[in-house]
Design a protein around this ligand. Structure first.
Ligand code: ADP
Ligand code: MG
Length: 230
């Protein structure tokens, strides 16, 4: 599906929020490496897709009404076999229905467990003065507590992206702090430029949130994505 089809489907359904799967489809079309994520409408399909993708897998609630999936008990990681997938499916449905009784639930998304890396975030917001800006930061506590993020006004080039990454207070973590695998900085710069290009040539996006992205020494993968349309 191309980006326009994905956006039009949401607009026809009078939605501004894309599902994780739709957001990843759009970002994949924009050249960003996202974990291969598929929709299972029921438990049997979740088990079949897990076999196809290969264990361990991750199941997440898929609902246009639930944007913070973990908060609704809607994410189960590292599922190692069919029994674990079936159990996780039941638990996710039960928790999500309890947390959001009115939510319309499409099923669960199924994806492979990504190789761990440094957790980073990338995104885009609209600034009242500057228009669209792309954002980069370290994930987890760094963004939630320390607000350690940097911004670049769209469009950015690779040098701008390098500056954004260099501005981060915790940037030392990216170069392999205490034996951790260092991040491939040039690859992250390219991702930011691709994100900026995508935003620049695609009208109607209000917000993009890729949280987290796992950064490795030879690339990175987007494991969660959210796009909000205007
Ligand atoms: P939320 O909607 O709560 O932000 P996420 O999709 O970000 O849900 O999932 C919550 C957490 O689960 C992530 O922060 C990440 O640590 C882990 N996770 C999600 N997807 C994967 C994956 N494909 N591989 C490994 N860990 C994952
Ligand atoms: Mg997330």
């Amino acid at each position: 599906m191309n980006i326009e089809d994905i956006f039009n489907k949401a607009r026809e359904e009078k939605r501004t929020v894309l599902t994780e799967i739709e957001a990843k489809q759009a970002l994949t079309a924009a050249g960003l490496n996202c974990s291969d994520t598929r929709l299972a409408a029921d438990k049997a399909q979740a088990a079949a897709l897990s076999e196809e993708i290969g264990y361990p897998v991750v199941l997440k609630i898929s609902s246009v009404d639930i944007t913070h999936k973990s908060d609704a008990g809607g994410v189960k990681v590292n599922l190692k076999d069919k029994a674990e997938v079936e159990q996780a499916y039941d638990n996710i449905m039960k928790s999500a229905q309890a947390a959001c009784p009115d939510a319309q639930i499409e099923g669960v998304s199924v994806q492979g467990m990504a190789r761990p890396g440094i957790e980073i975030i990338m995104g885009m917001i609209r600034d009242a003065n500057f228009g669209p800006v792309v954002m980069f930061g370290l994930g987890g506590v760094f963004v939630e507590i320390l607000k350690d993020v940097s911004f670049g006004v769209v469009p950015i080039d690779k040098n701008d992206a390098a500056e954004m990454i260099a501005e981060i207070k915790g940037k030392k973590l990216l170069s392999g702090y205490r034996g951790q695998e260092p991040a491939d900085i040039s690859y992250l710069e390219d991702m930011l430029v691709k994100l900026s290009d995508f935003v620049d040539k695609t009208p109607g996006i209000a917000e993009i949130d890729m949280n987290p992205v796992f950064a490795w020494n030879d690339g990175a993968v987007v494991v969660d994505a959210r796009i909000i349309l205007e």
